[in-house]
Design a protein around this ligand. Structure first.
Ligand code: ADP
Length: 479
């Protein structure tokens, strides 16, 4: 597998959770699984027990040649290793992964082209002592693997592994100006609308879509949506053309990490058999944010990147009205500085009813999931979404827009009172969202009804087992 993030080593979003848990779910059913990641500064600082591979490579990008090293980390599982591709300039010295002050690094194309080529060089160097049947790439950062492999002399003489490309979020495509195209080191032939060219730019996501044998994405509904103009981010037509090779597999949840019964970060553990710990978590959360300590006030919460996709503008519209009622609101998130400011303003207007934490804090994310009552996720689109599934497990009722993986995971209580697990509104619309919240608050005030709703969600199983089986089936297409 090739990826740009992996929990617990490096994380900016859900991709890291997936790469942190999917390989472990797959490992029991394959001989060997290795993961290739960039050796970022944050990972280096962890001083992991890595071993240096006796292999140094050089890659020419434009007029310059860059050296690379490789480090291997063995994991607790015998057949699962991580390879870190190292280059100080590209990965070793920067605090953030892709952006600085909200702007993409200007050399992102070079960085990830270097990573893809370095990973392939490492693989070819070790072949056939270590050889692979499958190359599984994730998102644009690793999308070039399929194309580079196809173009390499080595894989023209040796069997090319089955190439699987997984889209975690189609909106992030790795688009760069045409002037950067030569840095890829491939023939002009590939700069063409039917190949990597996209409205005059280079589009790395296209390389993944075109140079893979199978395309997957992270929920069945998103697999349908991305074939349309509305959700296709300009590539819907291409995905539709390749739809016979497309499959939506809903991401799982790592219940070793996200489980209120065992979670070490929360004030008290709890389960469906004994929910008293959740009350303790709620009081702790209210204390942490200096809110009134009162079980009868519903805590609405959000843990999210603050970006357009997540529909935070809708939250900002309804919140001032909602805060006139007896509710509390807690937000943990980072992202768009405009949204950050707007949430800060709401925080200062309603200091006794809100807690705004504009940081990235994994521990706090767990504490919020455990202590809150309602989780808001009004995403405009959502490839899979994880916090809705974490919320279900923690008995924190999700309110979601009916899109992507949210539509595949949360059952609407209003339409389906017997099986409902949360509140699902139909359109990305202020009124619809507000009505869903108001309805949820009404149900919250009816204790036994709310209790049943919590239990139904907590019983849902989104573990990786099912998804892992589906991936294994794909891998076996050529094994
Ligand atoms: P996306 O990948 O689009 O960001 P997901 O719902 O798939 O959305 O995954 C988001 C993941 O990132 C979750 O594990 C969530 O808890 C975590 N997360 C997002 N923002 C923060 C934050 N500010 N602090 C801690 N964890 C966060």
């Amino acid at each position: 597998m090739f990826a740009s993030e992996m929990d617990p080593y490096i994380k900016t979003g859900g991709l890291a959770d997936v790469i942190g848990s999917l390989p472990q779910a797959i490992a029991p059913q394959v001989n060997q699984i290795d993961i290739f990641l960039p050796f970022y500064r944050e990972i280096k600082r962890k001083n992991l027990p890595v071993e240096r591979i006796q292999f140094e490579f050089r890659i020419k990008i434009g007029a310059r040649t860059y050296k690379g090293n490789v480090f291997r980390l063995k994991t607790e599982l015998d057949n699962l290793s991580i390879y870190f591709i190292d280059n100080y300039r590209f990965f070793g010295q920067r605090a953030q992964l892709y952006v600085k002050n909200g702007k993409d690094y200007r050399d992102n194309l070079s960085r990830f082209a270097f990573f893809c080529r370095g990973a392939l060089k490492t693989i070819i160097n070790q072949w056939p002592t270590i050889s692979y049947d499958v190359f599984h790439m994730h998102d644009w950062q690793t999308a070039l693997i399929g194309l580079y492999a196809e173009l390499s002399r080595f894989f023209q003489k040796n069997p090319l592994p089955l190439r699987i490309f997984t889209i975690h979020n189609l909106a992030y495509q790795g688009k760069f100006s045409r002037s950067q195209y030569p840095l890829l080191g491939i023939d002009k032939f590939h700069f063409h609308p039917k190949r990597l060219e996209f409205w005059g730019k280079v589009n790395l996501m296209k390389a993944g879509l075109l140079h893979s044998d199978i395309i997957t994405t992270v929920s069945p509904t998103y697999a349908q949506e991305i074939q349309t103009e509305e959700y296709g981010s300009g590539l819907g037509y291409l995905i539709k053309e390749r739809s016979s090779r497309l499959l939506g597999i809903l991401n799982g949840v790592d219940y070793k990490v996200w489980n209120p019964e065992t979670d070490p970060y929360i004030a008290a553990n709890y389960s469906i058999n004994d929910l008293s710990g959740k009350k303790t978590c709620k009081i702790h959360l209210q204390q942490a944010f200096q809110l009134k300590e009162d079980q009868s006030i519903p805590i609405l919460c959000i843990v999210s990147r603050l970006v357009w996709q997540k529909g935070m503008d809708l939250v900002l519209k309804v919140l001032p009205r909602l805060l006139k009622q007896e509710i509390q609101f807690i937000l943990l998130g980072t992202g768009d500085p405009i949204l950050e400011n707007q949430f800060n303003e709401i925080g200062s207007k309603f200091p006794n009813k809100t807690g705004i934490a504009l940081t990235f804090n994994d521990q706090l994310a767990h504490q919020i999931e455990a202590g809150a009552d309602i989780f808001l996720m009004p995403s405009r689109y959502e490839p899979c979404g994880l916090n809705d599934k974490y919320s279900l497990k923690y008995g924190t009722i999700p309110i979601v827009n009916q899109t992507g993986g949210l539509a595949d995971s949360v059952i609407d209580y209003i339409k389906n009172p017997k099986n409902g697990t949360g509140f699902v509104f139909n359109y990305f619309d202020e009124k619809q969202f507000e009505n869903a919240i108001k309805h949820a608050i009404r149900v919250f005030n009816s204790k036994s009804e709310w209790h049943q709703l919590m239990l139904r969600g907590m019983k849902k199983d989104f573990s990786w087992l099912k998804a892992a089986e589906e991936y294994i089936k794909l891998y076996q297409k050529r094994i």
